[in-house]
Design a protein around this ligand. Structure first.
Ligand code: ITT
Length: 182
């Protein structure tokens, strides 16, 4: 199975989840233009439609975003740009003094196999008040999933996989692949 991404952290997580299910993963390391649409589903679908003429054969991509409630869903579909510009420090500054720190991480997988198939995973949580942990990537050091006291970055990859937005989307995707084989 081919994954197209510029993000090696994502690839590492998928490799762990999918190889456990006996699916070997090949990385096509490249970035592609992401249209600024309203939802991760629309962004993922449009990106897959663009990439089908670039990548030969079946592949999937992952479009993810962090939606912070008191910021009306920001950074959401702008998560990549905001991570590169404001970074985690910038997000914490935006939330300075805010009592409501609720947030949701969303992943949308778009799998192209002649048609685009969409799988979504969501995990609710809160934004921490400080940067914590060294594992993972991106917003991991500031996102505490529901029912946990630790940020994603304070967990091992296996622990993050047990509750992450990405692993939920990946489970739905893997179920689809299994059914397709039957
Ligand atoms: P692609 O090439 O796959 O698009 P990207 O890093 O641009 O890689 P996204 O647009 O999906 O990916 O991600 C938006 C931002 O959210 C980006 O800065 C990621 O680092 C971050 N992100 C995505 N998944 C994450 C996760 O599980 N934990 C922390 N940050 C994450």
């Amino acid at each position: 199975m081919i994954i197209v991404t510029s993000n090696k952290g994502k690839y590492a997580e998928y490799r762990e989840i999918m190889e456990r299910e006996g699916i070997s993963l090949e990385l096509v390391l490249m970035s592609y233009p992401e249209e600024q649409l309203d939802t991760v589903e629309e962004v993922a679908r449009r990106s897959a439609e663009f990439l089908r003429n670039v990548v030969g054969g079946d592949f999937f991509i992952d479009d993810s975003g962090l939606f912070i409630e008191s910021l009306k869903g920001f950074p959401g579909v702008y998560s990549s740009y905001v991570n590169r510009t404001l970074g985690n420090e910038g997000i914490l500054k935006l939330l300075d003094g805010k009592i409501d720190r609720g947030a949701e991480f969303r992943t949308c997988i778009a799998y192209y196999d002649g048609a685009v198939n969409i799988f979504v995973g969501k995990t609710r949580g809160v934004i921490s008040t400080e940067i914590r942990g060294r594992n993972g990537f991106g917003y991991d050091p500031i996102f505490i999933p529901e029912g946990e006291g630790r940020t994603y970055a304070e967990m091992s990859t296996e622990e993050k996989d047990l509750l992450s937005h990405r692993s939920k989307a990946a489970s739905a995707f893997i179920n689809f692949l299994k059914k397709k084989k039957i």
